[in-house]
Design a protein. Sequence first.
Length: 312
Amino acid sequence: MKRLIVICIALLLIPFMNPEVSGIGTRYKDEVFSKVDITKDVVYGQNYDSYGKLVELKMDVYEPHGDKSSKRALIIFIHGGAFTGGDKATKQWVFLCTTFAKRGYVTASINYRLQKPGDVTKHAITQAMHDAKAAIRYFRKYAEQWRIDTNKIALVGGSAGAITALHATYLTEPEYEGDSGNEGYSSNVSACIDLWGGLYDNVTKIDAGEAPVCIIHGTEDEGVPYSEALNISRRCKEVGVYCELHPLEGEGHAPWHLINEFLPWMVDFLYNKMIKSLDVDEIQRKETPFIEFPQLILILLMMIIKMLRDAG
């Protein structure tokens, strides 16, 4: 009888034995995939740089390895660097793209047009915003190819990248779209995470009904003042946009050493405000091979109890 019980349990576990996934956890919250696939230097647009040269705009795309879902939520990450430096393959962005892809997202880390050192003006923000919007439109244009759920697209940026993400999220009028590629598709997003960025004099562009934002910002930031975080939070409260503010007490600009502290805030915010609040497609949930661990244990216990009763 014991042998029969073991066999039944083994048969029950077969659907969860995909070697590419852990089989335990909740998609978009936990790292349910063990590996990711990376497609480097995907061209998402083109435009003229600060030297007047027509350049291709490229990104690296990360996907959960072995994923069978027909529609996946997307996060586009935007690096910092004072609009004069930085790169899509910097280690912190590789880490974030990888950990979120293991959680079931498609993630992309984009490069955008940079400025000549010492010649950074508001035009730098405009160009970066145009490029970010082109990346969003790219994924809507090629949603079928990348299997993207176009209702679940988020932007995440750090420093200059956060300034870019905020502008791309809240400057939604047609004149802000730019011409970096993929015209004719929406550049709207469903959520934004601001890592020590700001909107400056465009904070009043945040309007009712727009995407929720999660702000993580050092209170002693001298690069982008913490007052920028407070201004965004205040404006969101005025117009009824959800805003989650996480002050990093005593920290300055770009405190990446605290990534293990603020990563859970990012995970929970996206899951609660983009995934759950937009009603995850039940068909998609059935397609994924995951089941939460407590549910699995409960099923096994019920089967064992039933078989013991039947044997008695």
